[in-house]
Design a protein around this ligand. Sequence first.
Ligand code: GCO
Length: 445
Amino acid sequence: MEELKCTDFGNDFIWGVSSSALQIEGGNTDGKGLSIWDEFSKQKKAILNNDTPEVACDFYNRYRDDIALVKELGIPNFRISFSWARIMPEGEGNVNAAGLAFYHKVIDTCNELGIVPWVTLYHWDLPLALEKKGGWTNREIINWFNNYVAVCVNEFKDKVKHWMVLNEPMVFTGAGYFLGAHAPGKKGLSNFLPAMHHAVLCQAIGLKIIKKIQPESIVGTTFSCSYITPNSTSQKDIKAAERMDVLLNRAFIEPSLGLGYPIKQIPFLKNIKKYFLPGDEELMKAGFDFIGIQNYTREVVKYTLCVPYLQSKIIPADKRKVFHTLMDWEVYPEAIYKMIKQFNAYEGVKKILVTENGASFPDEVLQNQVDDKNREQYINENLECVLRAKREGNKIYGYFVWSLTDNFEWAEGYKQRFGLIYVNFNSQGRIIKNSGYWYRDFLKS
Ligand code: GCO
């Protein structure tokens, strides 16, 4: 491995580590409302091993110690998210003072320790009360979200400067409202298309509200992305890969840049127009200070008739017999380089930050240590690619590891461990993994 130094990236490069409320907090107490994930995890087999986010990493009680670990690792930026239902238990109306008080304590702890908090306003944990009214499929979500964002920004504008509006809208609408694999478990185009359109509107409107209340804020939003390659040189596979790329990598950013939905390339999206009101085309446009891209892998795609609408499918990494993580995501560091370049090519993108990148491997605790060389190598190789992109002049300004601690990995429950810090979910003990020490030493370099 080439010996990377953090100074290679320049002195103003932003280094951080990421997390999200539902995945770490637990603490369904002190007036917090339930979220769609609390409900979804009650359904048999919805989540691997019937795990639930009820306790997670108990960050609700252990936030001081965990933020102290961020400090111990010398990580200057910590990405968290706010739980909407903790702040507004019904999603609208009443504001829960205890919920706000919790986030004040978290943010004050960060600020006291000299760690910059970066807050995502929506990381998938919709208040259950709103889902009962249709959730993301109901256009009312625009008002609900507006009010929630305004409450948060008014409350924290003196302490938080960096905001992200949504986390990975493609995943929460695709997995949650099309495939039914994530909460709330809805399926089909008639759920997906309105959810998608309303998420696109909320991502733009959220930005505008934040800027109005806090003009000096730095506002982004985050997009999942995977580098897509065709399985063969056949025209059918090439076209299938293009459609997958459009859906996974372009469908949410392009409307925000004023380019509209990529309907030409994936015609089934045209029905999204059914959910348009006059003026929406304008409303979808954003103008973020930065975009967060979250990349873990590449996908190899082939043509198939069996997948409705898209006629393309992803060939799992284990089938391709390539080195992969426990999530069955191919280890392919070049993907992050390709994605930075792909997003960099949009004129409207001002700055790119990698707001998530990391890997789940089957970690083993031996004598109170976790020697996770594969994770260390994964991060190292990904960083080499980020550095190459930077040296070539791409607008890349920061990198956040996913994740601080092992946590509740959505439908995968607690099996998948992405942390720089190992969590024993029985005792809630923490062990800094060797990858965590590696990141600390790298940040010192
Ligand atoms: C996402 C989410 C994270 C995940 C991570 C690993 O990108 O899917 O933001 O919450 O835990 O990506 O899958």
